[in-house]
Design a protein around this ligand. Structure first.
Ligand code: SF4
Length: 494
């Protein structure tokens, strides 16, 4: 389906477009009228000093849904544009629901990636949990279960958020190793596959070393301390024993101190693991590893291009336990082609037998460029969406019953069923890095391929970001510039 959209004035694009895309996830949205569109969505807004009026229409063949409404504006000048956008979002959300005759987004007008941030802001203002829940439902149009979930997650995170006094001195560090032993069919990262250790990984590691050395010295000069370190990717466990050791030598030299309470390594693909590697990680100080099955159904693992089976996952978890790793996370994905509630139930049963401290439940987001998108294997339609909802709800119920708490949550574009990704944890095992990264109240320095840095001002929790390219060649080529930019940002921290 092709939808022609027309928002006026232009600034409404940011406010409305994602909402409309979520309502029609399989449609192509076009700005230019080209005669091929099957639908038209038009939203136009007029503003006076105290009143705005909004007109909207959805034309779908002969079916037309149209609405016009006026609102009084009470906001002060600096909050005026935000208030106008919110009104336009609520108006459009209701128009879409009226036209479709069903809910379009269980998160109401919230379309951002980090909805829990809003709850922390309300909490800072002194609102109670009950008032926040009410406000989310009535003002932001969230369904009650999602409002309750957000408040619960924020409540679980709250004790771990930095306070403004110490937030400036404590940071976390992400190191990206953007290589994998093969490419999963749902992955859109074309540079992921490691073909030659010597020609690809070695130059990358030399550049990473340079970046780590300069930033490590600066962290100490500025009197910053590292609370958590996350080695992600890709699959960092593609590194040889020697290279992993060298990397940790650098970390112990300049990054790890008595303030460092968590070191995670994403050992995502069980096919990169063996007992010696896991013992080495434990010796180097790693206390959390992610062993990610995604599904425990062998036919699915084969279909999505993972080079391991259920047995490989179970074995890897046993090796990690034998090595003395204290915290194991396991990532799951709901919505793979061919998987229904029955397969999700099987996965939940097998995962719970392994007693991981953390379980992260994602919903499949098919990105352009992935093999699955090219093969048109994403699956679409209302029944598929319903299956994904059932799977997510089932995991939530099964894991809660087994004692897990939802402790961080985020959303992504192109997710099946417009739901969420949720991190569950047994009490006392919350991953600090995940909380700090998601709620953006701690400076995070991203090093290596795809490393995202966030520089936070604890005065008002405002932030600025820098991104390292994920592609290893681009990273190697631009590392000097990336280092300099990071140095400037760190020196400018309040
Ligand atoms: S492990 Fe992750 S980064 Fe690597 S190919 Fe699979 S989805 Fe992509």
């Amino acid at each position: 389906m092709i939808i022609h959209f027309d928002y006026r004035p232009e600034y409404l694009y940011d406010a409305l477009h994602e909402l409309i895309r979520m309502a029609y996830p399989d449609a192509v949205l076009v700005r230019e009228k080209n005669g091929q569109a099957n639908m038209e969505i038009a939203i136009a807004l007029n503003e006076n000093t105290h009143i705005i009026s909004i007109r909207g229409s959805i034309k779908d063949g002969a079916r037309v849904t149209a609405e016009e409404r006026s609102f009084e504006l009470n906001a002060a000048e600096e909050g005026r544009r935000t208030e106008i956008k919110k009104r336009a979002r609520i108006f459009t959300f209701r128009l879409l629901e009226e036209h479709l005759g069903q809910p379009v987004n269980s998160y109401g007008i919230l379309t951002g990636m980090r909805p829990v941030k809003l709850i922390h802001r309300f909490w800072d203002q002194g609102m109670s949990a009950a008032d926040i829940g009410e406000r989310l439902q009535h003002e932001y149009q969230l369904q009650k279960e999602k409002a309750d979930l957000l408040v619960e997650v924020a409540g679980n995170e709250r004790p771990y958020l930095p306070d403004p006094e110490t937030a400036g001195r404590l940071i976390s560090v992400y190191i990206g190793i953007p290589f994998c032993p093969g490419r999963c069919n749902y992955c859109s990262f074309s540079g992921a596959v490691l073909h030659s250790y010597d020609n690809e990984l070695r130059p990358f590691l030399a550049a990473l070393r340079k970046e780590m050395e300069v930033i490590g010295v600066l962290i100490n000069d500025l009197g910053l301390a590292v609370q958590s370190i996350y080695l992600g990717g890709g699959t960092p466990t593609v590194l040889s024993t020697e290279d992993m050791s060298r990397l940790f030598e650098l970390l112990h030299e300049s990054y790890i101190s008595s303030a460092t309470v968590e070191i995670t390594v994403e050992a995502g693909r069980p096919d990169t693991l063996n007992p010696a590697k896991l013992r080495q990680l434990e010796r180097l100080g790693v206390d959390r590893v992610c062993i990610n099955p995604q599904s425990m159904n062998d036919f699915t693992l084969l279909q999505i291009g993972r080079k391991h089976n259920q047995e490989g996952v179970v074995r890897s978890v046993e090796w990690a336990r034998e090595a003395g790793i204290k915290n194991i996370n396991m990532d799951l994905i709901v919505g793979f082609p061919g998987e229904t509630l029955r397969e999700n139930m099987y996965t939940a049963e097998k995962i719970l037998l392994l007693h991981p401290e953390n379980i992260t439940v994602h919903t499949l987001a098919i990105k352009r460029g992935s093999k699955m998108a090219e093969m048109g294997k994403a699956g679409a339609g209302a029944s598929r969406v319903e299956e994904v909802r059932q799977g997510v709800d089932y995991f939530a119920a099964a894991f809660r019953q087994a004692g897990y708490l939802p402790y961080y949550l985020y959303r992504q574009k192109y997710m099946r069923a417009n739901m969420e990704n949720t991190g569950y944890s047994l009490k006392g095992h919350f991953c600090l890095y995940n909380i700090q990264m998601m709620e953006e109240r701690q400076t995070i320095i991203g090093l290596g391929g795809g490393g995202a840095s966030k520089f936070v001002n604890p005065g008002d929790w405002s932030l600025s970001s820098l991104y390292n390219p994920r592609n290893p060649d681009s990273y190697v080529e631009s590392v000097e510039t990336l280092i300099q930019r990071k140095v400037d940002k760190l020196k400018a921290l309040p």
